[in-house]
Design a protein around this ligand. Structure first.
Ligand code: DC
Length: 228
């Protein structure tokens, strides 16, 4: 197959470096990067802005018809719009992260974001990062990778990332937040964060971004060659 048309499903828990690695892969391969977590984060932000508690499932469901989310690309960068306004870093605060995790457990929320994600995948030439890309969004993806790293390593990376964005937080806060979100994501009934049966499992402790990207690109090239 034409490697430029490949669909890569990159799943795994928070802080495994999926977004940074996926961005590097997209740039190197000339394909599109889709950050699906940003969509759940945007729903979470909308819930937060409306003063609805993160555990108020009925309240969240009631808000869904009013949320309008668009995803577009500006200079190759994904931009998520909430009612026409770019959400920017507002979706990256620890509070917004917790809201994202809470709303992502609700099947109605997942259903709302399903069509948008499937449309993005349909064109091919994409690497999508999330939790259920290989199991739900693109079950027939040419390549599925479940990428993870140990909890301490993931918390360390996320803390560094937040510091670089000048967000005020501590390592302990990030670690506790990540542990709680891991548990939520893994144990939820709707689309839990588990590897697809045919996913390649990749634990990337000790790999830097370039090395992780290279590892996955090599898998993609092998797949594309097999599908000739
Ligand atoms: O990848 P992230 O940390 O930006 O994701 C934010 C939240 O959204 C996280 O708690 C898991 C959830 N999520 C999901 O349930 N399914 C996806 N495909 C992507 C993210």
């Amino acid at each position: 197959m034409d490697i430029k048309k490949i669909r890569i499903a990159l799943d795994g828990p928070s802080g495994a470096g999926k977004s940074t690695v996926a961005k590097a892969i997209a740039a190197r391969m000339g394909i599109v990067y889709v950050d699906t977590g940003a969509l759940y984060r945007t729903v979470g932000l909308w819930v937060m802005q409306n003063g609805v508690a993160s555990d108020d499932v009925q309240g969240i469901i009631a808000l869904l018809p009013s949320v309008e989310i668009e995803l577009l690309y500006r200079d190759g960068e994904q931009v998520v719009l909430l009612h026409g306004e770019p959400v920017g870093n507002k979706i990256r605060t620890p509070e917004a992260s917790m809201y994202a995790s809470a709303v992502s457990k609700i099947p109605e929320v997942r259903e709302k974001l399903l069509g948008l994600q499937k449309d993005l995948a349909a064109k091919g030439g994409v690497i999508m990062d999330g939790r259920d890309i290989g199991t739900v969004i693109i079950p027939d993806a040419e390549l599925k990778v479940f990428m993870t790293a140990t909890l301490a390593e993931r918390a360390r990376r996320r803390y560094k990332e937040l510091c670089e964005k000048d967000m005020e937080t501590t390592y302990e806060e990030v670690l506790a937040d990540m542990e709680a979100r891991d548990k939520n994501d893994r144990e939820r009934e709707s689309a839990p964060c588990v590897p697809a049966e045919d996913a390649v499992q990749f634990v990337n402790d000790g790999y830097n971004v370039e090395e992780s990207a290279e590892y996955i690109i090599a898998l993609a090239e092998k797949k594309a060659a097999e599908l000739q």
